[in-house]
Design a protein around this ligand. Structure first.
Ligand code: BES
Ligand code: ZN
Length: 637
């Protein structure tokens, strides 16, 4: 049996310091001082710099951003200034390099003894993914600078909707999406999760519109501007803004929902169990540290299911199913208040520390609130999705939890590998050590690293020090390595079994063989989960069989977005054309990436490229810039 080799935490921090000599403006390759490494684990596993930032954050860090912006819907720009407070980690540092993308920089000033004085700066040529490095001469005394700038109407992190694109049809709407590297299209910033900063903002918006941010909403001043403050240090990807004809409904004293009027009551009802989720999370993992927790239901072009912006999760309206069947996404975004927002991956290579932990916590909360039956069904559905993701991976390294250092875009880190292989690694640890030990261990992890940015290796050394050292027989180093640094799903993974799903599979087989008709399937008590398992498991059917199902259950045009998606995927696979008009309607009205990327991909792969291109040409203007880029790439591959 191989023994576990301890990783000294102090070593990791020492190497972090060893990197302070990186030159400004370069993308440091993160080669650490290898002579310090005692372990057989290669040095690059301890620390690599974030390849997706130009920031020289090992020398100077921005600790606060104060925004003062006009939200200009006519020109589709944020226009104003940001004042950055910074600290020199390297006392001799004379330059500060920030990330920017598609920003119009108008002026830069430094605060000196003589007041605000113009500062020298350069803006490098733009890289298509990373944008332009902005290097400012900060001299040796100043600790604040101000940049007058405006964003671009095509900023990838912002979607500007015309009144016609909203449900109310009368007022425009704006929302942001900064994760992973789009904050730099909203403001000049050190756009890496390794750096945490506090922020404040003053926003001016047209009359009748409400602005919100991922911060405490400090109200309106006499001049009509709205103030916000985020006193806890957060990574840049959690800076967020939404502006629109937005109304609020309380769920309890500290939790509520923002949405356009048409969906406000339904949203408050759908998310009514959020307070219980917070109670369960807190009981398991320690206090909720962010004050209020609100949700905002965005327009349907929001490209994600949810986004964990602190104090204010951004949610897709496709969750409003009417029966609380899709609330695991709320459990997920809320769970990020611990895993991700409190303890943050310091590099997108370690994205599983955010998403895997969160998917694990999400499932624990679902189990506590809705019982094991539902939690296990969700585990099985997730596992099926992950196996597909593993089989579709472009290269084996992208199925490691610790991702390679040459990803083309951080989006490559957000596959079901990070989410579900990550969650399953924690299920594995839970099973080996037992909940009575593992739960307090995780609680301590969130507590000890609160408001810090961490790596996979920090977690492994914490695991060793706090759990494995005293229980050495629970697992081997080789088993651990296979999970973190190896491809695919290790055979030590938990194998969830859902009796409910087994029953569905048995019935499905009988229907496929013609033993029973669709209307004879006992689906009355099926939950959305059972439907999803049934639909995802269908082989290619005859047209008559699709029609039999559709006639019995009216699947085409169903209002549950997850069920609709699963059905349309089958319809495309089998060429069931009767579903195409409803599929087209779905693609025209829903912008959630999880659904539309795969639907366009399936159309293309099943001989319907022409239809895909035609629909995309029409739908494109309504999609978020992030979705536009992804689908354009899929269709032109
Ligand atoms: N942080 C993610 C959303 C995200 C991922 C934004 C990658 C930018 C880049 C969020 O917490 C998330 O994971 N949302 C999921 C829901 C979840 C239940 C799997 C989604 O959008 O579907
Ligand atoms: Zn997440």
């Amino acid at each position: 049996m191989m023994t576990f080799r301890p990783i000294a935490l102090t070593l990791i921090s020492a190497m972090g310091l060893a990197l302070t000599s990186c030159s400004p403006g370069s993308t440091p390759d993160g080669e650490a001082d290898t002579h310090m490494v005692q372990s057989v684990i290669p040095a690059e596993r301890f620390f690599t710099a974030d390849q997706f930032t130009y920031a020289n954050h090992q020398e100077v860090i921005v600790s606060h951003a104060d925004l003062d912006l006009d939200v200009n819907f006519n020109r589709k720009v944020l226009d104003g200034a940001v004042t950055l407070a910074f600290e020199r980690l390297a006392p001799e540092a004379q330059t500060l390099t920030l990330d920017t993308k598609d920003l119009l920089i108008k002026a830069v000033a430094l605060q000196t003894q003589d007041g605000w004085t113009p500062a020298d700066y350069t803006l490098a040529d733009a890289d298509p993914v990373l944008g332009s490095a902005m290097t400012i001469n900060i001299g040796s005394e100043a600790s604040q600078l101000r940049i007058i700038y405006e964003t671009s109407p095509s900023a990838e992190g912002l979607q500007w909707l015309s009144p016609a694109q909203t449900a109310g049809k009368e007022k425009p709407y704006l929302f942001s999406q900064a994760q992973a590297i789009h904050a730099r299209t909203m403001l000049p910033i050190q756009d890496t999760p390794a750096v945490r900063l506090t922020y404040s903002a003053n926003l001016r918006v047209p009359e009748g519109l409400l602005p919100l941010m991922s911060a405490s909403q400090d109200g309106q001043s006499e001049d009509g501007s709205y103030s916000f403050s985020m006193p806890q240090p957060i990574p840049s990807y959690l800076i967020a803004i939404a502006v629109g004809d937005i109304k609020f409904k309380a769920i309890n004293d500290t939790i509520g929902v923002y949405a356009e009027e048409y969906i406000l009551d339904a949203s408050a009802e759908e998310f009514a169990e959020t307070p219980q989720m917070e109670v369960v999370n807190t009981a398991l993992y320690g206090p909720y540290r962010w004050g209020r927790y609100d949700l905002i239901v965005l327009p349907p072009s929001f490209p994600y299911g949810g986004m964990e912006n602190p104090r204010l999760s951004f949610m897709t309206p496709t969750l409003i199913a009417g029966d609380k069947s899709l609330t695991n996404v709320v459990a997920h975004e809320l769970a990020h208040s611990w895993s991700g927002n409190l303890v943050t991956n310091s590099n997108w290579r370690d994205a599983w520390l955010n998403e895997g932990f969160t998917s694990y916590v999400e499932n624990r909360v679902m189990e506590e609130l809705y019982g094991e039956r539902r939690a296990v069904m969700e585990q099985v559905l997730d596992m099926e999705g992950m196996k597909r993701a593993i089989s579709e991976a472009k290269r084996p390294e992208l199925t490691h939890l610790k991702l390679p250092d040459d990803m083309a875009h951080p989006d490559e880190a957000f596959t079901l590998v990070s989410y579900i292989k990550g969650a399953n690694f924690l299920f594995f640890l839970e099973d080996r050590f037992g909940r009575e030990k593992f739960d307090p261990f995780l609680r301590n992890w969130f507590n000890d690293y609160a408001f810090e940015s961490v790596t996979t290796e920090d977690f492994l050394s914490f695991l060793h020090e706090n759990l494995h050292k005293d229980n050495p027989d629970a697992l081997t180093r080789a088993e651990l390595d296979a999970w973190v640094y190896g491809p695919g799903l290790p055979d030590t993974a938990r194998k969830p079994v859902s009796d409910a799903f087994d029953e569905v599979a048995g019935l499905s087989a009988r229907w496929e063989n013609g033993e029973i008709s669709a209307s004879g399937l006992p689906t009355k008590n099926w939950s959305t989960h059972e439907w999803l398992h049934f639909l995802n498991g269908l082989p290619e059917l005859t047209r008559a069989q699709y029609k039999d199902l559709d006639d019995a259950f009216s699947l085409t045009g169903t209002q549950n977005a997850e069920t609709a998606f699963a059905w349309y995927m089958q319809a495309i696979k089998g060429g069931y054309e009767a579903a195409y008009p409803a599929l087209e309607e779905f693609l025209m009205t829903v912008g959630r990436g999880k659904f539309i990327y795969r639907l366009y991909g399936a159309l293309k792969d099943n001989g319907q490229a022409e239809m895909a291109n035609r629909i995309f040409a029409e739908a494109k203007a309504g999609y978020h810039p992030i979705a536009q880029r992804r689908i354009s790439a899929t269709l032109s591959e």
